[in-house]
Design a protein around this ligand. Structure first.
Ligand code: ADP
Ligand code: 5GP
Length: 199
């Protein structure tokens, strides 16, 4: 039987957050979320970084289980149907999702959990967990964002074009989130995130 998926993304019910905290880092692709996240984790190894599931192909050097869990579209759709994701979305032609159980268990045990996800997923988390803290990372300019995506040199031209076209819309949504941080000077942005999270 053919499986029918909810439109573009899922997980909209309102849920209660147990003792820990959920922090959402969002912003356009190429703005530096992953790099900021890695540096934040180096400074604060006590944070729990949620490894996402994706149908995108691994980039050179990416490791299954460390950067992402890389799976097929059909397997992803099966996991959606089983309610295994806290949020999920389709971005630039691929599915991305946050494993529900692992994240909720970490929050339950009192951990600070950080999700680094795109706009639609971040919106879902805000709807489902209004107490989550959300941070939107902005580029200093659109030209600089393009430079960074190209400079990363890990995406094909078509993937870069898709990411840049999404970025226009994503940036306009920055005000929906609790805090906006411009990633111009890296250390300044990192310190601002650190201050927001550990205040
Ligand atoms: P995202 O995870 O948001 O897609 P990345 O973390 O992969 O973005 O960063 C994209 C590129 O931008 C990387 O090459 C990274 O080294 C670079 N970058 C990140 N922050 C800065 C910054 N503040 N100034 C200049 N380059 C940066
Ligand atoms: P990339 O393909 O560049 O690794 O990621 C593309 C976008 O998907 C980035 O903005 C990244 O933050 C986002 N992303 C990564 N994991 C998830 C996830 O689990 N859920 C959602 N909604 N977005 C994700």
């Amino acid at each position: 039987m053919m499986q029918v998926l909810p439109i573009q993304s899922g997980a909209t019910t309102r849920e209660c957050l147990p003792p820990g905290r959920l922090i959402v880092l969002t912003g356009p692709s190429g703005v530096g979320k992953g790099t900021l996240m890695r540096s934040l984790l180096q400074r604060h190894p006590e944070l729990y970084y949620s490894v996402s599931v994706t149908t995108r192909s691994p980039r050179p050097g990416e490791i299954n289980g460390k950067n992402y869990y890389f799976i097929s579209r059909s397997k992803f759709e099966q996991l959606v149907a089983q309610g295994e994701f806290l949020e999920w979305a389709e971005f630039a032609g691929n599915y991305y999702g946050t494993p529900r159980e692992a994240v909720l268990n970490q929050v339950k045990s009192g951990k600070l959990v950080v999700l680094e996800i795109e706009l639609e997923g971040a919106r879902q988390i805000r709807r489902s967990f209004p107490s989550a803290q959300s941070i939107f990372i902005l580029p200093p300019s659109f030209d600089e964002l393009e430079k960074r995506i190209r400079g990363r040199a890990q995406d094909a031209e078509e993937a870069i074009a898709r990411r840049l076209s999404c970025a226009q819309t994503e940036i306009q949504a920055a005000d929906e989130f609790d805090m906006q941080i411009v990633n111009d000077d890296f250390e300044t942005a990192l310190n601002a995130i650190e201050a927001a999270v550990f205040g």
